[in-house]
Design a binder for this molecule. Structure first.
Ligand code: 1GP
Length: 246
């Protein structure tokens, strides 16, 4: 049996309807040093972060359960898996972005890993949120591109990006995620975010290469409902200081 509750998704929908912006911090278990993790958690605690995403592109499971336990001890935000591979699924989280890499044409990342994941998801209690995931060129080869063996979509063809997002919604995805890749040199351009946002009824997540508060507000203004920050916080534990959401 799959968990039928959709509390986390419902809250994201409510926030979208109220035009309340959401912010996720991405914690990559392979990059976390357990010794310094508690101080990172305290920084998140005093920040505007609304959701915790856990995951990465690497194939190693490493310390996911432990990271979730430490996170849950101090933080009340929902913990959502953002897995690069089924081995990163942990039933200790609250929900999972059930991703399909719809920008690519690699069947493993469109349906293969999803099928493999079922035995772990069934009876896990995780809220499962189907998410159409689009990798967009961020001027740097990123881990998603390497691991998935797919090319990012060119920003010179915005119509194809919009149509892909629309097709993702028609296929039943409840979220669309525009991803420039972790550590991208450039984030998804605001006009593309705006174009996609105006054409889809579901909440829009944007991440990859967002490095300043100014970038964050620009992308919110363009229509993102939830922004994901990974590298900027890894590089600077004070990154969220002074950031107040709209
Ligand atoms: C990656 O969108 C996330 O999947 C976050 O990217 O690490 O560049 O913030 P950054």
């Amino acid at each position: 049996m799959f968990d039928k509750n959709n509390n986390i998704y419902s809250e994201i929908l409510v926030a979208k309807n109220e035009n309340r912006k959401l912010l996720a911090v991405l914690l990559d278990p392979d990059k976390i040093e357990l010794e310094s993790f508690e101080s990172q958690v305290q920084k998140i605690k005093s920040s505007a972060v609304t959701h915790i995403f856990i995951g990465g592109s690497s194939m190693h499971k490493s310390q996911i359960d432990q990271i979730i336990a430490l996170t849950r001890k101090s933080l009340s935000q929902p913990i959502i898996l953002f897995p690069g591979d089924p081995c990163q699924i942990s039933d200790k989280a609250d929900a999972i972005l059930f991703l399909s890499l719809i920008s690519g044409r690699n069947p493993d990342f469109l349906i293969g890993h999803q099928v493999t994941a079922i035995s772990k998801l069934e009876n896990s209690g995780l809220e499962i949120i189907s998410t159409g995931y689009l990798l967009i060129d961020g001027s740097k080869q990123t881990a998603v591109e390497t691991v998935s063996n797919t090319l990012p979509m060119e920003i010179s063809n915005p119509n194809l990006i919009v149509h892909t997002a629309q097709a993702g919604v028609l296929l039943g995805n409840k979220l669309i995620y525009l991803e420039a890749g972790s550590g991208a040199n450039s984030y998804v351009p605001a006009p593309i975010v705006s174009n996609v946002s105006s054409k889809i009824p579901v909440p829009l997540i944007v991440g990859g290469g967002i490095k300043s508060h100014q970038d964050i507000f620009k992308i919110y203004q363009a229509g993102a409902d939830l922004i994901v920050i990974g590298t900027a916080f890894e590089n600077n534990p004070n990154f969220f200081d002074g950031l107040i959401l709209l």
